[in-house]
Design a protein around this ligand. Structure first.
Ligand code: OFO
Length: 170
């Protein structure tokens, strides 16, 4: 496997693993605040990020590279509120999108077209995740300080979590 592509893929492994940890910390915070729907959504999201990481690990190894399983820092555990959680989530996704775009660039520079093809799955995934985070954030802003609105929002997120639940197969 091209060493520059392998290095970039391994950096992406670390980013997906960090995303999973970060969303897990958010889920745990939400659960502690009684926001069970939000917690379920974030637990599911954390699982998805782990799936993204595993998909990369398998790809690197199957292509003759060597996947590096990263050590991770302790994620932030306190958040100012639900809007803060989803703003951080959106910011995080935007940074991951930049990183995926950079990976696409490297594949093209190195003429690694099969990895380029593989990475297109992540390009579409990022589009979906950014759109979802923006929609959720817009809803939170609409709710403002309305407690009844927050209750309904939390219940809706539980249903959204059920829908985005994906089987961990690849
Ligand atoms: Fe892995 O999709 Fe978000 O970060």
């Amino acid at each position: 496997m091209n060493t520059r592509v392998e290095k970039a893929l391994n950096e992406q492994v670390e980013k997906e693993a960090s995303s999973s940890q970060f969303y897990l910390a958010m889920a745990s915070w939400a659960e502690g605040k009684g926001l069970n729907g939000t917690a379920k959504f974030l637990y599911t999201h954390s699982d998805e990020e782990r799936f993204h990481m595993l998909k990369l690990v398998k790809f690197i190894n199957e292509r003759g590279g060597s996947a590096i399983i990263p050590g991770l820092g302790v994620p932030q555990k306190n958040f100012k509120g639900i809007e803060n959680v989803f703003q951080l989530l959106l910011d995080h996704e935007l940074a991951v999108t930049d990183s995926i775009n950079n990976l696409v660039d490297i594949c093209l520079q190195e003429k690694d077209y099969s990895t380029h093809n593989f990475i297109q799955w992540y390009v579409s995934e990022q589009l979906e995740e950014e759109a979802l985070a923006r929609t959720i954030l817009d809803k939170i802003k609409l709710i403002g300080n309305d407690k009844g609105g927050l209750y309904l929002f939390d219940r809706d997120l539980e249903n959204a979590a059920i829908q985005i639940d994906k089987p961990a197969t690849f």
